[in-house]
Write a protein that binds this ligand. Sequence first.
Ligand code: GLU
Ligand code: MG
Length: 474
Amino acid sequence: MAEHETTVRDILKRIREDEIAFVDLKFVDLFGGLHHIAFPSHALDESSFVRGINFDGSSVRGFQAISESDLLLKPDPRSVFRDPFFDDPALSLFCDILDPDGYRPYTRDPRGVAQRAERLIRSIGMADAASFGVEMEFYVFDDVRFEQSTRYGFYFIDSADGQNGDARPGRGHRPSRGNAYFAAPPLDTSHNLRGKISQLMEVAGLTPEMNHHEVGGAGQNEIGFHHATLRQAADNAVKFKYVVKNTAHRYGKTATFMPKPLLEEAGSGMHTNVSLWQGGKNRFYEAGRYGDLSAFATHFIGGVLKHAPAVCAFSAPTTNSYRRLVPGYEAPIILVYSQRNRSACIRVPFTGANANAKRIEFRTPDPSCNPYLSLAAILLAGVDGVRHEITPPAPVDENIYEFATSEHGRLLQATPGSLAQSLDALEDDYEFLIRDGVFTEDLIDAWLRIKREKEIEYLGFRPHPTEFELYFDA
Ligand code: GLU
Ligand code: MG
């Protein structure tokens, strides 16, 4: 059933007809972490869906202070899906978050931001819909341990699939580092796991596309799934991570979307494909221009590249993101666009004369992002580019890592080198996010404060193993 047709009545009917035992309400916190609360299905009636369910917002990362903790979860019937990870039949729904004071959208609800971004492009007559296709890479490991205490700190990763740190007896079929793109079994040990994940994705209402081993030798994987409009694409990204992690867990493995878990191996990206549609037409397509991109699309790119340092605060939002955004490893670090080059931040995939497939691929985001906020920030940066007819730097089709050190290339901007720099960029450049009330100032303040205190400072206080290598003999 098409998502928009589902109503509360349909859900109550489905609960009866499919003998659903549990209804699970899901939402993400400010940083994209998934939370849920389950109810025996008989405990919910029509009014639970309409009025919403109370919860303690002060116990959720990035939400409320203890003195004003009450918030409401309002299930969105359009988002209903069969949850494959309950032993008994269960339906899950993503929820909007409301402030019970006035029953208003909660200022830090990421899903609310995504929905306001979608409404904005319609209300200003720019497009009926923004289509987003996200490509989320991840690693599958067999054993992960880490700890830091006063006297020691370490991490240890083992993967049946690679050479990194693998001291176990083996049969020798292991891809060498960085050489595992489309590797076949027995080098690829995850193909049956990816097959199982793809099947459970379908149970949960996603449409899987291809799946393959990725470049990273020690267990890097990718499974494509169908694009959707912004809010639904973000729901799907959250759901995808849920299915991947839980399926791996069931099969005795562990999956991570951390952007750069392994030194000297490829990082995991979340390449974000975008196109804007009006009256059934793709506004990004115009045959004969560079990359068959319309002037509209070129301005959209201009906006994304101009605001990219600020957008990175949401799209590459962890300290670990910047260990991925380094030269090599196909990491997109130069703020240009290109038809060919995978080191450009924006690639224009070759799609021939197919107007419907024309899109841009923003390669900088990674899957540690909160997808609702990342996709909304990308859209708003592009909208700003269209509004102000921002011309991007000329496209570059040469090897960008080499080009970047040439005279012309030195003028090109790079992505921020750290989360601290991205947050500074956001602090200086967030008018395009709040001017139409899509992001709230309250959300941006909380984001800057919590990221700085709880992540950058937290990490900064900690001695690092490599410091012992560098300085112990000081
Ligand atoms: N893993 C690379 C990244 O960090 C991308 C590889 C690819 O082009 O799929 O973005
Ligand atoms: Mg990939």
